[in-house]
Design a protein around this ligand. Structure first.
Ligand SMILES: Cc1cc2nc3c(=O)[nH]c(=O)nc-3n(C[C@H](O)[C@H](O)[C@H](O)COP(=O)(O)OP(=O)(O)OC[C@H]3O[C@@H](n4cnc5c(N)ncnc54)[C@H](O)[C@@H]3O)c2cc1C
Length: 494
């Protein structure tokens, strides 16, 4: 890490707050401050393990408001952070520190489809549920994640994986262009031909470079129907050897399954249940031949099976397990600790690594207030679109990888049991330290942001980090957007 990054580039003081607020108000911006009755709600993050107190929150309705807010902040030595859907795993939308100016995109959530070129213009505050519903009304679709409340601003900044991603790519792979406000308050338009370097950087590391005020995505025709499927393997408490051979079979099948399949294997209930589910973008007849036959041939028969041909939007609703309409009920919160492991296709999980994982996950002591799930998300394999690009095509680098494994433990109360971290870390190290995986270069996924991750620069960005760090020095030399695990930033802010 370069020494200049560690200097106090912007010195926030209490008195800056009052003058910052009067600067924002002098431009007639919609500003929220700690004295407002709504403040507590506005500053409560999705993950209750984290809490930061901003200097103020601005609610822009147009790009000019963002430029004015950024200029006020830089004049007053205050860091700036965008918050779109607020679903960061570590409340990073609040800037990973107290005293940042938060630009909250609640009122910039428009979704405008253009039938001439089949693109859609989406403002960062739009939630994935609204995007899916709005595009479906036009017979169109995008590949993106599975939670309706997640915002496009963060999701489209670091990857954006969901059930259609093996077929259509990550959300970042569908970006045609973007509009961004830089640290000096200027507005730039980014595409393959306009500021191509910055266009490359925002597809995987956007929060380090500026504030995206709109994206243009290339849409796809929504399938007239898809096959929704779910298999449960739960007749007994799975032993470690049953678990190992089940996931081994899944992995062998996964490495050559066609890109039309989106699937997760979810390990639940303390390891007593493995559920494999997803969707297939084809018809029922080919599903049985191409997906179910080969999968069950490898895993052995499932004990509960659900297979049905449904509309595209019904499939998304079923995968997400709730209505896509986020207006129907308010967002929830969680208290959790999560890690991710990106596994190269060239180093598939060995039986000994799977067995070591299961031994720890199923039998190690666990705090009584903790429940967990682990997802084996299939990103690569076969002719996956994610893997069709080279590692340096976008800032997001993990292209020749089979799995992203997500390890997620939540507290059943609002407080976090400290020993929970050790339990989750043990699941990860059971895999990474296994002798059979020696020499494997694992990665991690920046959208499953993990502030405790050591070596995050390489884990998130691999060989692309040096170029990103060089670029960030030029684009944001004063570190206006500096925060935990942003490019060029510190590991953890004190
Ligand atoms: C319940 C849940 C389910 C999820 N499911 C999936 C999934 O299926 N697939 C998947 O890939 N991920 C998934 N995620 C992870 C999710 O993609 C990330 O947490 C994502 O960053 C959230 O985006 P956001 O806008 O909601 O969050 P925010 O907290 O608003 O932002 C997250 C980060 O992005 C930055 N950012 C936000 N807006 C902008 C902007 N306009 N310009 C620049 N930077 C910006 C913020 O400053 C912050 O650093 C899930 C997360 C949760 C909590």
């Amino acid at each position: 890490m370069l020494a200049w990054v560690l200097l106090p580039l912007l010195a926030f003081t209490g008195s800056a707050s009052a003058s910052l607020v009067s600067c924002l108000q002098s431009h007639n911006l919609n500003v929220e401050i700690p004295q407002n009755t709504t403040w507590n709600v506005s500053t409560t993050p999705f993950n209750l393990r984290f809490h930061y107190t901003p200097a103020a929150i601005v609610y822009p309705t147009q790009t000019t408001h963002v430029t004015l807010a950024v200029r006020c902040a830089t004049q007053h030595g205050v860091h700036v952070s965008a918050l779109s859907g607020g679903h960061s795993y570590s409340a990073s939308g609040y800037g990973s520190r107290n005293g940042a100016l938060v630009i909250m995109f609640r009122d910039m959530a428009r979704i405008t489809y253009n039938s001439n070129d089949e693109t859609v213009v989406i403002q960062p505050g739009a939630r994935l549920g609204a995007v899916a519903l709005s595009l479906n009304d036009q017979g169109r679709a995008l590949a993106h994640g599975t939670c309706p409340y997640v915002g496009v601003g963060g999701h489209g900044g670091f990857g954006g994986w969901g059930m259609a991603a093996r077929n259509w790519g990550l959300l970042i792979d569908q970006i045609v262009s973007a509009e961004m406000v830089l640290s000096n308050g200027t507005v730039v338009h980014l595409s393959a031909t306009q500021h191509p370097d910055l266009f490359w950087a925002i597809r995987g590391a956007s929060a380090s470079f500026g504030i995206v005020t709109q994206y243009v995505f290339q849409t796809h025709q929504a399938p007239s129907s898809v096959v929704r499927f779910s298999y449960q393997f739960n007749n007994t408490n799975l032993s470690t050897s049953q678990f190992t051979s089940l996931i081994e079979g899944y992995q062998t099948w996964a490495s050559s399954t066609p890109k039309e399949v989106g699937i997760i294997a979810n390990v639940l209930n303390g390891g007593k249940l493995v559920e494999m589910g997803g969707l297939y973008m084809g018809d029922l007849k080919s599903f049985y031949q191409v997906v179910e036959g080969p999968l069950i041939g490898r895993t052995g028969a499932a004990h509960i099976v659900y297979v049905e041909e449904v509309s595209w939007i019904t499939a998304l609703e079923q995968v997400w397990g709730s209505s896509l309409d986020t207006q129907q009920k308010p967002d929830t919160h969680d208290t959790f600790y999560a890690k991710s492991l990106v596994v190269p296709a060239s180093s598939p999980l060995t039986p000994s690594a799977l067995s070591a994982f299961a031994t720890h996950a199923f039998f190690a002591p666990i705090p009584s207030s903790l429940s967990w799930f682990v997802q084996f998300e299939l990103w690569g394999g076969g002719n996956s679109a994610i893997s069709s690009l080279p590692a340096d095509a976008t800032a997001y680098p993990h292209r020749s990888h089979l799995w992203t494994i997500q390890f997620y433990a939540r507290s059943t109360t609002t407080s976090w049991p400290k020993t929970g971290e050790g339990y989750v870390n043990g699941m990860v190290s059971a895999i990474t330290n296994d002798a059979g995986m020696a020499g494997t270069v694992f990665g991690a996924y920046a959208n499953y942001l993990d502030p405790e991750l050591s070596g995050w620069q390489e884990m998130y960005y691999a060989g692309n980090y040096a170029r990103l760090e060089q670029m960030r020095m030029g684009v944001d030399p004063k570190g206006v957007f500096e925060k935990t695990e942003n490019v060029g930033g510190p590991d953890i802010l004190i």
